[in-house]
Design a binder for this molecule. Structure first.
Ligand SMILES: [Zn+2]
Length: 270
């Protein structure tokens, strides 16, 4: 069967000198496509099959495998390569997106989000940390891991000075409820370290400021085309990056090497 579908190339594996397998995120989910001879510069499909390209693929399906017939480039996002942080983030986003391996409606949302992030990275008009945090939180939420941050998990209050966010539980408590549930509250607080949060029993609790809470709500509930349309001050952005990153690591149960690399290049720049 031959079909044409649009998708973005999130990973590739070389086979010999001229062929490669590509992992392509489409609105139906990810598919593995084999391209014969596409690494040759003279191949008519060379341009449309570069990593991170969004292209229209004509493929032939044999069993559960897809073979490339033709790839025509829609958008290369080439400018992501202008900065090392940009390319590092693109590779982390790609890895998480492949791991989420959602299907149906979720895949359509994920494809849209990845394209949106790649576009914003290319443009370079938003802080790179903001792109990362938006991707992390929204991608996980769309895949079914949305935190419940509508109100305090104990009393329902939501206009607070401080939020005790339970990373694994994906919910938060107000200070009163947190104290009530943690007889050893003062002890717990003493162990606080700025960016690592505190532990309540075995639970990782991040203490969030109102700015971060508002940003998280925005990321979760805004329309996809408006998802980057918010401003956040530098200090709060660092907090937001921290909590979103820990949320991914906790719920994907995985430490991403691409994330370590991203953090190493961003820290070097600071
Ligand atoms: Zn409460």
């Amino acid at each position: 069967m031959i079909e044409t579908i649009r998708g973005v190339i999130l990973a590739e594996t070389a086979v010999g000198d001229y062929d490669k397998f590509m992992t392509v995120l489409t609105e139906r989910g990810t598919m593995s496509v084999f391209g014969n001879g596409i690494k040759r510069l003279k191949s008519p499909n060379f341009v449309g099959t570069q990593l991170y390209s969004y292209s229209e693929f004509t493929v032939a399906q044999k069993g559960d495998k897809y073979y490339l017939r033709e790839a025509s480039l829609i958008e290369s996002f080439f400018a992501m390569r202008n900065t090392i942080e940009g390319i590092a983030l693109a590779s982390y986003i790609s890895q998480v997106a492949v791991d989420l391996s959602v299907e149906g409606e979720g895949a359509r949302e994920l494809l849209r989000l990845v394209l949106n992030c790649f576009y914003i990275i290319s443009e370079g008009k938003k802080p790179i940390g903001q792109v990362k945090a938006v991707f992390e939180l929204r991608a996980l939420a769309d895949a079914g891991y949305a935190p419940d941050i509508v109100g305090c998990n104990g009393c329902g209050k939501y206009n607070l000075n401080v939020y005790y966010f339970d990373v694994e539980g994906g919910n938060f408590l107000c200070e009163d409820c947190f104290r009530r549930r943690n007889a050893d509250f003062e002890d717990a607080l003493r162990r606080e370290s700025e960016s690592d949060g505190i532990y309540s029993g075995a639970r990782l609790i991040m203490i969030l400021s109102p700015d971060v809470y508002v940003a998280m709500r925005y990321i979760l509930y805004s329309r996809p085309e408006r998802i980057f349309a918010f401003e956040i001050r530098d200090g709060a952005l660092d907090e937001l990056c921290d909590v979103c990153e820990k949320y991914v690591t906790c719920h994907m149960e995985k430490n991403y090497r691409t994330l370590d690399f991203y953090n190493s290049v961003v820290r070097k720049k600071d």
